[in-house]
Design a protein around this ligand. Structure first.
Ligand code: ACO
Length: 431
């Protein structure tokens, strides 16, 4: 028997029905196309949090949450993590194919030669209070790029779109490092073109004028791997935000700035900072049981940060890679961080606890990443900024795909109205 190509929905009260086509992709379950539902039945669909809703077609990233599969343009994340580099992955996300040598050299050249910030942009940082969160500065600085590059903001021009992608990927580490250095009172460093993408970023973060910086290749390799793992994740909250803003015709810098603010939330990219703070609060492996009890208590808002995922209900393949890498990096850097013992005990306790097993709550990408960032000398407030540098490649790839897709429309969900019924305005004295 062949698979049904339509699904019939009938409203039993009105007997109005709709025969809805199924839309199939290359992989994953078919989706019901509800485009004519309102016209046919007079009903909208209700799906808060979009648990059952595909918002777009996309050829960039595929996730099978039940099997723990993550593919960028068809390539398994495990293979990219082992063999590729962040810049090559960025090229792949943007262009759909892995680059040949000359294509990669040209891409790397373009990125390397757009890393500098406009000098006037540095003045922005002076406007912030010294203890501003770097995510607040990052969002503002990225939005301000549209004021510096307004001559290339035609969202319908493929050359302008490509230029925006190059500028964003190139400048993000420069801006991120500037955010950090401003908060600690160090002079902002210029990007060094003789260094690779990740090493250049570490140099801008940690180099001081008074002495040469010894770059550790282990740190650069670890950071490159974290950037690969964070580069894209299909229609997550921040990418969906970028697409929603992009659907209005907003410029790429404004769209990505919106993605940055969405990423900041602790339920999303802000979790990496929250995990480290939580591990520090737990303090020692002896306190883990208490934390697990609190996380299970429905009268307590406490959640285990770095646990659970909307899509992964088996395991997060990125967490598996990061967990392994965490041990390796700490060993190679000679760092003995007691928080790793707390994290391992917490993972072990949660994974054998019925509450977490029944709800399929596993460590996600952010559970171990903070311990690695900490070992690299990156402060907790910068963790989500690190995530944003990497995710910029995915965000802008989605923004470009959206603009290349014919017939794209403004994103405009409907609602179930629960407010007051129609009523008449009363003068102040009669209310
Ligand atoms: N600790 C304790 N309980 C949890 C946790 C957690 N971390 N996560 C989910 N649950 C429980 C919920 O209380 C709920 O229980 P119930 O069915 O008894 O009401 C059930 O598991 C389902 O949780 P939802 O919140 O409905 O799941 P949802 O898919 O909406 O949320 C999310 C996913 C936001 C990631 C959630 O698991 C969470 O808050 N985790 C902690 C924050 C975190 O690590 N975020 C990073 C995600 S990865 C990323 O964005 C990069």
């Amino acid at each position: 028997m062949s698979d049904p190509k339509t699904v019939k929905l009938v409203d039993e009260s009105s007997h109005r029905g709709s025969e809805l086509p199924l839309v199939s992709g290359t992989l994953g379950p078919a989706c019901i196309d509800i485009g004519t539902l309102y016209k046919d039945t007079g009903h909208f669909t209700y799906d808060p949090g979009y648990g059952s809703t595909a918002s777009t077609k996309s050829a960039i990233t595929y996730i099978d949450g039940d099997q723990g599969v993550l593919l960028y343009r068809g390539y398994p994340i495990e293979q990219l993590a082992e063999k590729s580099s962040f810049l090559e992955v960025a090229y792949l996300l943007l262009n759909g194919e892995l680059p040949k040598q000359d294509e990669f050299s040209a891409f790397e050249h373009d990125i390397t030669h757009h890393t500098m910030m406009h000098e006037a942009q540095k003045n922005f940082f002076q406007g912030f209070h010294h203890d501003a969160h770097p995510m607040a500065m990052l969002a503002a600085a990225v939005a301000s790029l549209s004021a510096f590059y307004h001559e290339n903001l035609d969202v319908d021009d493929p050359a302008d779109r490509k230029m925006a992608a190059i500028r964003l990927i190139a400048k993000m580490p420069t801006i991120a490092a500037a955010c950090y250095r401003y908060t600690i009172g160090w002079p902002v460093r210029y990007p060094r073109n003789n260094l690779d993408y990740v090493t250049r970023f570490l140099h801008m973060m940690f180099e001081v004028p008074s002495e040469p910086l010894q770059m550790n290749p282990v740190a650069a390799k670890a950071l490159d791997l974290l950037f690969i793992l964070h580069a894209d994740h299909e229609q997550n909250a921040s990418t969906s935000t970028v697409r929603l803003v992009g659907s209005t015709g907003a410029n790429p810098y404004a769209s990505i700035a919106a993605g940055i603010t969405a990423l900041w939330g602790p339920a999303h990219g802000g979790a990496n900072e929250a995990v480290l703070k939580q591990l520090e609060e737990i303090g020692t492996p002896d306190n883990v049981e208490k934390a697990v009890l609190r996380a299970k208590d429905k009268n307590d808002s406490f959640r285990l940060m770095g646990f659970g995922h909307r899509v992964y209900k088996n395991f997060d393949p990125r967490a598996k890679i990061i967990r392994e890498m965490c041990h390796k990096v700490l060993d190679e850097l000679g760092v003995n961080d007691p928080l790793l013992d707390v994290a391992m005990k917490l993972e072990e306790a949660a994974l054998k606890d019925d509450y977490f097993v029944e709800r399929k709550l596993y460590p996600n990408v952010d559970f171990y990443s903070g311990i690695i960032y900490k070992a690299l000398g990156i402060p907790a407030e910068m963790f989500t900024v690190m995530f944003a540098i990497a995710r910029t490649a995915g965000w802008i790839a989605h923004w470009i795909e959206q603009h290349e897709t014919p017939g794209s429309r403004i994103g405009r969900p409907r609602q179930v109205y629960t407010g007051a019924d129609v009523r008449d305005y009363l003068p102040t004295g009669k209310r």
